[in-house]
Design a protein around this ligand. Structure first.
Ligand SMILES: *Cc1c(COP(=O)(O)O)cnc(C)c1O
Length: 374
């Protein structure tokens, strides 16, 4: 990659082959079924392309947050099993059921609504979600006996198929996660005592799947790792054998030679120390480049590493490139695969006080996604 195509201000290049390779690698390493999580438009990478690439790498199912995301995958031609686990109050599940979407169930009301969406010849497939300490949704321990019993009854009369039992971890510490796993195992025992025999027990996302083998159970729900990013502060993508799939870059849109003392961008939080060259990079906070990284976010132009000079604006920021011979049209890489000499998404996360998940997920709709040539 060196220049953007003519007329392109900014883009996110998505390496779908990296997604496929990441899933293949994780699947081999973990040894259990992989549900690739493609919520939030595939963490910003594009949901349908990410889903297809993950399935090609050996994922056998997909996870999303809500039913609209699941239906978008169906419209995109994805026919693999899809689980959606967060529902608007009072949702009727008929459309989801008609498209074979599997439903995460967190309370009695959802269970009954799911059963109501069954047709005579087709039960609705559900995964019962147990609260094990994260404090979000999931069936509360006090409600579990009644919900499990009702689920078993609805399964016996052919309205539901209880395919899974799941929960979600806090990633607070190994001890906290293992305590949640112990609560989950109690829930597994209660489910089987109630007459349920779910085929899939799943609790681990990327971090626990890698670090806590006991949490792998039958299936792991992998998000961040699928996209080649590390969920750990102390290990890089490369340490985990993963390749970041998203590169964000822009075409330098203006270059200006200025004297010492020139104020740069809103508020003049940066002033040139001497005669220098300023390059305008046409991507800003409207595109998901965090304004909190003003004065700090890294950029590579002509193989040299710089930092944003002054404030990041809605549509653009400035880089003081010194005497580097930068020209209009040069590519400015914000982040990508750090093994290729560009910043990782983690560096932007550090500069903005957030995590790599948020950096890739917030890259906005004004940034066209282009699939890398393979
Ligand atoms: C987002 C999410 C995941 C994936 O988490 P990663 O840390 O990105 O692997 C798994 N399960 C649930 C319930 C989630 O919300």
């Amino acid at each position: 990659m060196s220049r953007l195509a003519p007329g392109v201000l900014r883009e996110a290049v998505i390496d779908t082959a990296a997604i496929t390779a990441n899933v293949r690698h994780l699947r081999r390493m973990l040894g259990v079924e992989v549900m690739a999580v493609v919520k939030a438009d595939g963490y910003g990478h594009g949901a349908v392309r990410s889903a297809a690439a993950a399935l090609a790498g050996g994922a056998s199912r997909l996870g999303v947050t809500d039913i609209d995301e699941a239906l978008q995958l169906r419209r995109g031609g994805i026919d693999a099993p899809i689980l959606a686990w967060l529902h608007a109050p009072g949702t009727a599940f008929d459309e989801a059921a008609a498209h074979g979407i599997e439903l995460g169930i967190s309370n009695m009301d959802q269970l009954q609504r799911a059963a109501a969406a069954a047709s005579a010849d087709r039960p609705v497939t559900v995964h019962l979600k147990l609260e094990t300490g994260l404090g979000r949704n999931g069936i509360a321990p006090a409600d579990a006996p009644a919900v499990l019993a009702e689920a078993a009854r609805l399964e016996r009369i052919g309205r539901l198929r209880v395919q899974g039992l799941f929960s979600h971890l806090s990633n607070t510490s190994h001890a906290d996660d293992l305590a949640a796993l112990a609560r989950f195992r109690e829930g597994m025992a209660a489910a089987s005592a109630a007459g349920l025999a779910p085929r899939l027990h799943h609790i681990a996302a990327t971090a626990a799947a890698i670090d806590l083998p006991d949490t792998r159970l039958d299936c792991v729900r992998l998000g961040i790792g699928v996209y080649g990013l590390s969920p750990f502060d102390d290990r890089t993508s490369a340490d985990l054998g993963l390749r970041p799939a998203m590169t964000v870059r822009a075409a330098v849109a203006a270059v200006r030679r200025v004297p010492a003392g020139q104020g740069v961008s809103y508020g003049y939080t940066y002033r040139t120390a001497r005669e220098t060259t300023l390059a305008l990079v046409p991507i800003g906070y409207a595109d998901g480049v965090p304004r909190q990284a003003s004065g700090a976010g890294p950029v590579v132009i002509r193989g040299r590493r710089f930092r944003v000079s002054g404030r990041i604006a809605m549509d653009q920021f400035i880089v003081d490139v010194g005497d580097t011979p930068v020209e209009i049209g040069d590519e400015a890489v914000l982040f990508g695969d750090a093994t290729l000499g560009v910043p990782g998404a983690e560096e932007w996360a550090d500069a903005a006080g957030t995590i790599n998940y948020e950096i890739v997920t917030r890259i906005g709709p004004r940034v066209p996604r282009r699939e890398a040539a393979s």
